[in-house]
Design a protein around this ligand. Structure first.
Ligand code: PEP
Ligand code: MN
Length: 360
């Protein structure tokens, strides 16, 4: 079977949206049970509890996860509070231990998805499993690599698949820890509408304040689930402390989510995705126009100091010609683009005029 023919129905056995929450890392039995208890008590009665057992850390000599002992704590969480469980697996050993401990959902982390050898090893170790396997996006925005990982799993007859969008790493400092790439995630969704898509706002934001916004934005676009890091005492967490939230904050976040009507989800999800993309593009258009006007001001100042007329017909001709050509190339009507550019040009002249008439 090809990936595009795969119909993942496992998501329907969970309430929509599927919420997976729990600490970045399992640290102690007390931490795990306390987090689970408070999630239940605060109303964050979600179906799946996550915890990292082996942690891929950027630098050596840090906390690299408690290892196998944590699987026992996870079992207790499941027994006492009824959550299903989810962990990250990154090699054959992890898979063997996870299957032995009967963990319900396994996910492949962003640092593993980039490595075809690792993914192949995990896929072979999981051959024929009916466990749910989620694949985080690779750290770099490479859609083919993300899809390739799913194909490797499918080739081993693993069919309960889903993906997690956790953002992409970047050298630049941005407001995100890992920048979301909605376009790429939506390309994925368009190609594989039957593979559930989950958002991980924790690793996208890297802080606590942006989580609700990202989660809602994803739901608006038709994502089917949210994975979010939750810790009974986030400030003291041994990993990802800045982005973890308390069970009570999680409960509040879930209460405030606007859940989209699933009856018309196909229409609604597609519509939501398109609208969010349109809004993003509109913001970019406005930002670009503002940059353009700032340059016009500079040109106005230059024209003023050189005593040049504002309107330069040859320049306007060049602009309209390349705009019309670009319009045709991009399948837009040249008349429409001409109208848009006339409006921009008018405003640009106005801006330059203001510079001219301003007394120094
Ligand atoms: C995690 O979920 O704790 C984790 C390590 O995530 P990622 O693979 O997205 O970095
Ligand atoms: Mn984490």
């Amino acid at each position: 079977m090809e990936l595009k023919d795969l119909k993942s129905t496992w998501i329907h056995s969970f309430p929509q949206p599927l919420i997976i929450a729990g600490p970045c890392s399992a640290e102690s039995e007390v931490q795990m049970l306390e987090t689970a208890r408070r999630m239940k008590e605060s109303g964050a009665d979600i179906p799946v509890f996550r915890a990292g057992i082996w942690k891929p850390r950027t630098k050596p000599n840090g906390f690299e996860g408690v290892g196998t002992i944590g699987l026992g704590w996870l079992k207790k969480v499941k027994k006492q509070y009824g959550f299903k469980t989810a962990i990250e697996v990154a090699n054959l050993h992890h898979v063997t231990e996870a299957l032995e401990a009967d963990v319900d959902i396994l996910w492949i982390g962003a640092r593993s998805t980039v490595n075809p050898f690792t993914v192949q090893e995990i896929a072979e170790a999981l051959k024929n499993t009916d466990k749910i396997v989620l694949v985080k996006n690779p750290v770099n925005p490479d859609l083919a690599l993300w899809i390739g990982a799913l194909e490797r799993l499918l080739a081993q007859n693993i069919t309960n698949l889903g993906v997690i969008h956790r953002g992409f790493s970047t050298y630049q400092k941005t407001k995100y820890r890992n920048i979301p790439n909605w376009q790429m995630a939506l390309d994925f969704k368009n190609q594989f509408p039957n593979i559930p898509m989950i958002i991980d706002p924790s690793h996208i934001c890297g802080n606590r304040t942006g989580l609700a916004g990202i989660a809602q934005e994803a739901l608006n676009m038709g994502y089917e689930g949210i994975m979010i890091e939750t810790h009974h005492d986030p400030d003291q967490a041994w990993s990802d402390a800045y982005q973890q939230i308390t069970p009570e904050v999680l409960a509040e976040l879930i209460r405030n989510l606007q859940i989209r009507n699933t009856d018309i989800s196909e229409f609604d999800g597609e519509m939501g995705r398109h609208r969010t993309l349109i809004s993003d593009l509109d913001f970019q258009l406005i930002e670009l126009l503002s940059q353009r006007m700032k340059i016009s001001e500079k040109i106005g100042a230059l024209k003023k100091s050189n005593n040049l007329a504002i309107f330069q017909p040859e320049r306007w001709k060049v602009i309209t010609e390349y705009a019309a050509q670009k319009a045709t190339e991009t399948n837009m009507s040249p008349e429409f683009i001409e109208k848009v550019f006339k409006a921009i040009h008018e405003e640009s002249i106005e801006v330059q005029n203001n510079v001219m008439i301003k007394k120094d």
